[in-house]
Design a protein around this ligand. Sequence first.
Ligand SMILES: [Zn+2]
Length: 371
Amino acid sequence: MQVLCNALILEGRELEVSRGTLVLREGRIERIFRGFPPKKGSCIDLKHGLVLPPFVNSHTHVGDSPLREEYLGKTQEEVVGPRGVKFRIEELPRRKVSEAIRETLARMLEAGTLAHCDFREGGVAGVKRLRRLSTPPLRSVILGRPDGSPQEVLKCSDGLGFPSLEAMEKFRGLIPPEGKFLSVHVSETREAEEGSVREFGRGEVQRALELNPSFLVHGTWASEEDYKLLARSRVPIVFCPRSNHLLGCGSPPISRALDLGVRFFLGTDNVMVTEPDMFSELSFAWALVRKENSRAGEEEARRLLAAATVEPASFFRLSWGSLEEGAEATFMVLSDVFWDARRAVATVVNRASRGDFRCLYAKGRRIIRRL
Ligand SMILES: [Zn+2]
């Protein structure tokens, strides 16, 4: 048994703030209570540290890790389009690519990200390579890109991630096996959205929903009508605001998604463009929300933090999630810097950074520690 006391805890699905003690036993949270344990000497003092669920980065492409900053001076099309610089990766020595991916995965863990969902290029071989490079406790949800038969990719992956609707439409009618995910990039650029409306009479989100996706990525230029459809469908969308900005694609309408009750998560997209750091993604997303709605407050901040933690943890069926009695004892601890219990959620979203990350517990074991 371990007793962790003197903590500020973001509890449950709503990330409610409480100050108190966590009792861990056999990898689970046995109890959470207010105040100190009766025998103070027997506890690990977290010194007002903030305890919260680890991050889930819902959209990455870790495969282009060796090409950091190669986007400079180039448009989105020139970076990630069908003939984009990201495909230079195929010319690099395999060992160099693997080392860069390994380093990215380690940096994610050291900044509190315990799971990510990756759109993985390179068919079956690409999926298997990332599976080998990703080691516990990190959980990589890998969506492969079918080179030929989707069934072969589905056997070794967690699902399929399509670069575009055109690519996904080739497999119209495909029903993924139970427990596998289907996803696609939609409405990332103005050109893609306007082209869809011109050619098909409807936007990319609407067309994507006809293909039974598990979730969508981007939606930067989708119309309000399409967001209403998304809200009704309960299909989540992953916003990647920093990537959209750095690639000159625009701002995803996070504020609109909040207003309409759309389910959404946050992701960092291509490693060649952004550091897969969820602290940075959260503060950037928060700035966008406040730009659109200067009355956005604690409740909106809470929904952003949930979109980076408990909501995707539940959607991707991870073994951990919200902090409550009986749940897996998997969480991160941030140093006490400036936590005011009334404002802790907004402070994490707006100000916390990887420098505040102190340690990560997985199934009750402290695994990554910074002094
Ligand atoms: Zn992407």
